[in-house]
Design a protein around this ligand. Structure first.
Ligand SMILES: [Zn+2]
Length: 169
């Protein structure tokens, strides 16, 4: 066995990624108070879980981790990703639509069934990875093994361009 550093003990992790862990979605992010034009990405999702080995030498069942992640992806697939906590957009809704206002320049009216209304301040890959991590953690809490240490989620907007969020469990 390799030496274990006292500050950072050796650990095991598993990863699942791409394949069916992806979603196609539209969005506009804001940057320096400017609003991007509506566009879309084929997002790929990566999940890494760090944890102790069970008696049978696994961290978490791959198929479980893929299923939990895929379930989150499915809620985002073919949706418009709307940052409900935006400080730049004014968002209202009625029974059937979201009404989105950007300054007095642009307004959008989107059917609710086409929108993933997300509790984030901006639809950046950084916030999307954090949101997905939160959803996966909630599912792991009810169906994952005990004792997992850390979760890391990546969201790749396009090949070679990804943002990551990681947190202790
Ligand atoms: Zn984009």
């Amino acid at each position: 066995m390799p030496d274990q550093s006292p500050s950072r003990p050796a650990s095991h992790s598993v990863t699942v990624e791409r394949q069916r862990l992806r979603f196609a979605a539209g969005h506009f992010a804001t940057f320096a108070d400017e609003l991007e034009p509506i566009h879309g990405h084929n997002y790929d999702v990566f999940v890494e879980v760090v944890g102790p080995l069970t008696d049978e030498s696994w961290v978490i069942d791959f198929s479980l981790l893929k299923r939990l992640t895929r379930e989150v992806c499915e809620t985002l697939d073919h949706k418009f990703l709307l940052q409900m906590d935006s400080r730049t957009l004014t968002i209202a809704d009625d029974d059937t639509h979201y009404l989105i206002q950007y300054r007095d320049e642009l307004s959008y009216r989107l059917p609710k069934h086409d929108v993933a209304a997300l509790p984030i301040d901006n639809s950046t890959a950084e916030r999307l990875s954090q949101y997905i991590a939160g959803q996966v953690i909630a599912s792991l809490g009810s169906s994952g093994p005990p004792g997992l240490a850390r979760l890391r989620v990546g969201v790749e907007e396009m090949p070679g361009q990804a943002a990551w969020f990681e947190t202790d469990l």
